[in-house]
Ligand binder design. Structure first.
Ligand code: NAD
Ligand code: AHE
Ligand code: ZN
Length: 368
């Protein structure tokens, strides 16, 4: 079939809207009609050329929601008409990782996914007879996409696509980092570095679990109001203080119980670790740093009881947890609507990237 897609032809180039060819689903695969997709900072990261796994030409996008049109041979978990959210972290429920209680990183198809192809090593997308790569196993910047069945969460049909698409990455990553990966407990103190599309979800996750103090740190003062609306109790602009680490330690009488880096800046990752409380503070890296970047700190920081951790997709097991997070949204337990600051058709997708780079949007959502 033919479908419309925003194609990334090369690093740093604007996306081009093209009519591309899409082959039907093979064994274990599913054809999905995408109804909406968010634009995440990670799409911009890969488009910039900083992603070691980035390969072009490709169809980016990994934060979608849509409807199943057709299932390939052997697919029992889904049927046409089902509403689904694509999962860049799939859940096969069979691999060593899925069977291990301490990780969500299903590895069943990780290798081929990183190469931008389906599990059988080929692509379903092509243009003028030449293959286009898939991206993060999702390629939600196409009106239709083919995905492995294990990379689709089935969700309730009354949930709006243009809101729940954000659960496909940002919402789950932020809230899950707090609730699943770090297991933040009621009464804890939390620092959140970077109040963007991820950090604000960390803030609302921390409020949800009953954190007593939620300190937001951002260089953009415009982020303070939304942060407070989502549960932030204190705001620190690092430009207004001499040393942000010492400032946070002084504010909290020794450091925070938990900190989260939601930017992708290795210097800030160090700050986030070092503002964690001696003896028990834990810091979680969420931000994705570019190729060749490394983190550092004095080992003494860890010797004296701080822990450095990280999370992908908030530690969520997608097919199990994503439908529950959709329920939380539908029950009014989490706010997604106020984080979606812009909506636009696929033709305007480059504007979504411009708004993100200018710090003007939290999330832009593309509707098909
Ligand atoms: P964003 O651009 O919306 O937000 C980043 C925020 O950080 C902005 O508000 C900006 O003002 C602030 N900032 C920038 N430099 C700063 C500094 N030095 N000190 C304090 N604040 C600073 O980005 P986002 O969509 O929220 O994504 C954040 C990061 O999370 C990205 O690196 C993205 O790739 C990554 N990410 C990771 C996962 C995962 O599973 N681990 C999932 C989604 C996104
Ligand atoms: N491909 C990059 C790493 C990119 C990355 O860290 N991706 C996160 C999700 S970001 C979503 O917005 C992730 O899930 N990582 C785990 C994984 O297995 O990819 C690189 O450095 O090669
Ligand atoms: Zn993302």
């Amino acid at each position: 079939m033919k479908t419309r897609a925003a194609v990334a032809f090369g690093a740093g180039k604007p996306l081009e809207i093209c009519e591309v060819d899409l082959e039907g689903p093979r064994q274990g695969e599913v054809l999905v009609e995408m109804k909406a997709t968010g634009v995440c900072h990670t799409d911009a990261f890969t488009l910039s050329g900083d992603d070691p796994e980035g390969a072009f030409p490709t169809i980016l996008g990994h934060e979608g929601a849509g409807v199943v049109l057709e299932v390939g041979e052997g697919v029992r978990s889904l049927q046409p008409g089902d509403h689904v959210i694509p999962l860049y972290t799939p859940e096969c429920r069979e691999c060593d990782y899925c069977l291990h209680p301490r990780t969500n990183l299903c590895q069943a198809i990780r290798e081929t996914q990183g190469q931008g192809v389906m599990p059988d090593g080929t692509s379903r997308f092509s243009l003028d007879g030449k293959p286009l790569r898939h991206y993060m196993g999702c390629s939600t910047f196409a009106n239709h996409s083919v995905l492995p069945a294990i990379a689709l969460a089935k969700v309730r049909k009354d949930a709006p696509f243009d809101k729940i698409c954000y659960i496909g990455c940002g919402v789950t990553t932020g809230i899950g980092a707090v609730a699943f990966t770090m297991g933040v407990e009621a009464g804890a103190t939390v620092a959140v570095f970077g109040l963007g599309g991820i950090g604000l979800n960390v803030v609302q996750g921390a409020r949800m679990v009953g954190a007593s103090r939620i300190i937001g740190v951002d260089m953009n003062p415009a982020k303070e109001a939304l942060g407070r609306q989502f549960g932030m109790t204190d705001f620190v602009n690092p430009r207004d203080v001499d040393d942000v680490v010492q400032h946070l330690i002084a504010m909290t009488g020794g450091g925070v119980d938990y900190s989260f880096e939601c930017i992708g800046n290795v210097q800030v990752m160090r700050q986030a670790l070092e503002c964690a409380h001696k003896g028990w503070g834990q810091s979680c890296i969420i931000g994705v740093a570019g190729a060749g970047q490394e983190i550092s700190t004095r080992p003494f920081q860890l010797v004296t009881g701080r822990s450095w951790r990280g999370t992908a997709f908030g530690g969520a097991r997608g097919r199990t947890d994503v439908p529950k997070i959709v329920d939380w949204y539908m029950e009014g337990r989490i706010n997604i609507d106020d984080l979606i600051t812009h909506t636009m058709p696929l033709d305007d997708i480059n504007r979504a990237f411009d708004l993100m780079h200018a710090g003007e949007s939290i999330r832009s959502v593309i509707h098909y």
